[in-house]
Write a protein that binds this ligand. Structure first.
Ligand SMILES: *Cc1c(COP(=O)(O)O)cnc(C)c1O
Length: 378
């Protein structure tokens, strides 16, 4: 998969001229820069980018050019990727489960920030991570509000966090806390509740937190209205001031989705149509993989192969992907113009997170044409 040299001005223009038969991922670096700057200008602390959301070197380079210096990585491959592009970047290794050889790889790459959610893993870090490194204890609360709850896999409950913090108190590590409210979390209250819980836990453990990493999970523009990220940042800032009062920890965030999602869109093509069944050239094994888990994006349009947007009466269509597996079907129908026909494109917005990084090439599909565009609207 490589980018074509030419930068196209509009997506419609590209579809009209090239009539691509493969699914097309459009990348708009200007949108990525705008979102990265919004985080950096308004988040009251350090902004790190969670690489797993979209590890494409073009994305990483655009973020670095926008001033991002720090990255959240979860594996040796992600470490090597970022070090290869930006040897001086600061890396936070925030996958709380690591084999000894993974820890050694991180240490040899000079990584000085780790997260932890259980004692056996903390003892491994104490044995192998250099003194003076930061260890962030990861909290998990039972909260709703996210599209998909990462918290159910990682994170310690409050009592276990206290035990972990007490273990760190007499060590030579910098002590911090972290949490992740779940991806595409549309309720800022989740952050306020986590921040309050972290301050209670630190108090009970008798610990001053150096930093508080409020995770990723920030919403992207997946739904009909654009989330007001600045309101989320204000909620975070006032919760930290209110609950910590003195010894206010420095803040860090590690968004993936909300930084990368809106800089990509995906054009899929109708291969055939049979009453209200549509067969597309892309499905849940590749570009539409997240739709199976968290539902379709709300923002999509139908474009003719002449690059014109179809409007008018709509109907509900069942959407199938191109592979021969009957699981390759969207969990919900899509509302599309009733004039939709073979050869038309469905253009999905907000496809820059957890798309390329999760795509499989099952059954020979999952190959994209990648096109860079410069116009942010069309
Ligand atoms: C995946 C992940 C992120 C990014 O989450 P988004 O919902 O994409 O913002 C941040 N931190 C950690 C530890 C993660 O595992």
């Amino acid at each position: 998969m490589s980018f074509q040299e030419a930068i196209w001005q509009t997506r419609h223009g590209y579809l009209k001229q090239c009539k691509p038969d493969l699914p097309v991922l459009f990348f708009n670096p200007q949108k990525l820069t705008e979102t990265a700057k919004l985080f950096q200008d308004h988040f009251p602390g350090l902004v790190t980018y969670a690489v797993k959301a979209n590890p494409d070197p073009k994305v990483i380079k655009t973020l670095i050019a926008s001033g991002v210096t720090s990255f959240d990585v979860a594996s040796p491959v992600e470490i090597d990727l970022i070090k290869g592009i930006a040897p001086n970047a600061t890396l936070h290794y925030h996958n709380p489960i690591r084999s000894v050889s993974e820890i050694k790889h991180a240490v040899s790459n000079n990584i000085r920030c780790y997260s932890v959610d259980r004692m056996a893993e903390l003892e491994k870090l104490v044995e192998y991570a250099p003194e003076g490194a930061e260890i962030s204890v990861r909290l998990k609360l039972d909260l709703e509000g996210a599209a998909y709850d990462f918290g159910s896999k990682f994170g310690a409950n409050s009592n276990d966090c206290i035990t972990l913090l007490k273990r760190l108190k007499n060590s030579n590590y910098r002590t911090s806390m972290t949490f992740h409210p779940g991806t595409q979390c549309t309720d800022p209250k989740a952050w306020a509740l986590y921040i309050k819980a972290c301050s209670d836990i630190a108090l009970k453990a008798g610990c001053t937190l150096e930093r508080l990493n409020v995770g990723g999970g920030f919403p992207s523009f997946r739904e009909k209205s654009k989330p007001d990220l600045i309101a989320f940042f204000q909620t975070i800032q006032s919760a930290v001031e209110h609950h910590f009062k003195i010894n206010i920890p420095e803040l860090v965030c590690e968004p993936g989705r909300s930084i990368s999602a809106d800089s990509y869109s995906l054009a899929t093509r109708v291969k055939t149509l049979d009453k209200n069944d549509i067969f597309l050239n892309d499905g849940v094994y590749s570009g539409l993989t997240e739709f199976r888990d968290i539902g379709p994006v709300d923002r999509y349009n139908t474009i003719t192969s002449d690059g014109v947007q179809k409007m008018g009466n709509t109907a509900h269509y069942t959407i199938f992907g191109p592979t021969c597996d009957s699981l390759d079907q969207l969990p919900e129908s899509l509302s599309l113009p009733s004039t939709i026909e073979e050869g038309d494109y469905i253009l999905f917005e907000n496809m820059g997170a957890y798309v390329k990084s999760i795509t499989t090439q099952f059954n020979g599909y999952g190959h994209f044409k990648e096109i860079m565009i410069s116009n942010t609207e069309l």
